[in-house]
Design a protein around this ligand. Sequence first.
Ligand SMILES: *[C@@H]1O[C@H](CO)[C@@H](O)[C@H](O)[C@H]1NC(C)=O
Ligand SMILES: *[C@@H]1O[C@H](CO)[C@@H](O)[C@H](O)[C@H]1NC(C)=O
Ligand SMILES: *[C@@H]1O[C@H](CO)[C@@H](O)[C@H](O)[C@H]1NC(C)=O
Ligand SMILES: *[C@@H]1O[C@H](CO)[C@@H](O)[C@H](O)[C@H]1NC(C)=O
Length: 349
Amino acid sequence: MPRSLTLLLFCQLALYTVVVSNRGCGRPILQDNMVTEGLQRFYSPGEEVVLSCKKGLAPSSGSRTITCTASGHWTELKLTCLTKSCSSPEVLDYGDVHFNDIVYKSTINYTCYEGYTMQGASTTECLADGEWSAPPPKCLPVTCGLPPIPKYGKVVYDRLVTGNTSVYGSGVTFQCLSPLVLIGNERGFCTANGTWTEPPECSFVSCPRPTDIINGYMTIDAKREHGYKEVVRYGCNIDYVLDGPVESQCLKTGNWSEKPTCKAPCSVGIKRGRILYNGKRYWIKDFKKKISHTELVSFYCMNKDNQCGYAISSQCVDGTLKIPECYEEPSDFTYNLRYSSLPSEIDQC
Ligand SMILES: *[C@@H]1O[C@H](CO)[C@@H](O)[C@H](O)[C@H]1NC(C)=O
Ligand SMILES: *[C@@H]1O[C@H](CO)[C@@H](O)[C@H](O)[C@H]1NC(C)=O
Ligand SMILES: *[C@@H]1O[C@H](CO)[C@@H](O)[C@H](O)[C@H]1NC(C)=O
Ligand SMILES: *[C@@H]1O[C@H](CO)[C@@H](O)[C@H](O)[C@H]1NC(C)=O
């Protein structure tokens, strides 16, 4: 082939390429959220490009195809891509659902209430196809075996049970065969860790022979051992006042419950003067009564500034009756001959 012809052919070929490129389309400009496969640098008129939405997004409207037109432009891009959502999670029985969003890559965390164990995945993720990576889990109650039965005792179920398991929260009441006494918890529960609470014991309870109280007495036939809940009654000698419970009971521990005490009466520790007792005034030499525990007696004191008398009371506490500090015992002389000047006899303040 002559050299000139070769050159001509080459020139024609080059011209042809330029013409084609002028009339074709360049690489289409896509949006960030779209992809397409095998993009070329040049497209001839009439060529189509099929677009897809990126992973996790779904086409919501518009055609997925654009075409290179004869004028060298792409047809208008109408496709829109929106984030794909997974379905809203449902409420979990006996558990909580934790999530912020339900779009691609969101996660849901599930937790079960105390006493419930999870069956299934505790976390699930929203996948690109709009499906959750795992179905929601279930929260199933913890089970305990049957409750322990105390020796010499029995179990009363709150609700009828079938099979040989109990579920979390089920309760029972324990009972002991008479005359044994239930020591410990009368109620039992299936706990969150699958075990029953500590069962009680059934034991025989007796209390030792009860003892006397000082200045008092107890029921005549009491000096023997007693069974659980038996009682002994106490009383006090004359003039003594019973303080505390009248009865003492034999407890589960084999001890007696608190016993009362007998509180002593008081005498009025003055020799000369007048007192006020139960609303009446008495000269002390004429006063023959005993003041009982907790009773009040008033003594007379002198207000020296105003030259008047006033009564001040004191309480008998288990044999002790304090004489007020302001009280002054008069001399024999004053008491016998000038008694009208005593604080109890002059004008009262
Ligand atoms: C789920 O748990 C993971 C790990 O504990 C945590 O990073 C994430 O924030 C939790 N998601 C939600 C929605 O609570
Ligand atoms: C409970 O009963 C099932 C069959 O009814 C038995 O296989 C299982 O061993 C029992 N479990 C206990 C703790 O008794
Ligand atoms: C189960 O829980 C109770 C309290 O609810 C506890 O006293 C007991 O020790 C626990 N048992 C085990 C095996 O963890
Ligand atoms: C009850 O009796 C037990 C022995 O049976 C004794 O250890 C305990 O101290 C007693 N409790 C009281 C409050 O007296």
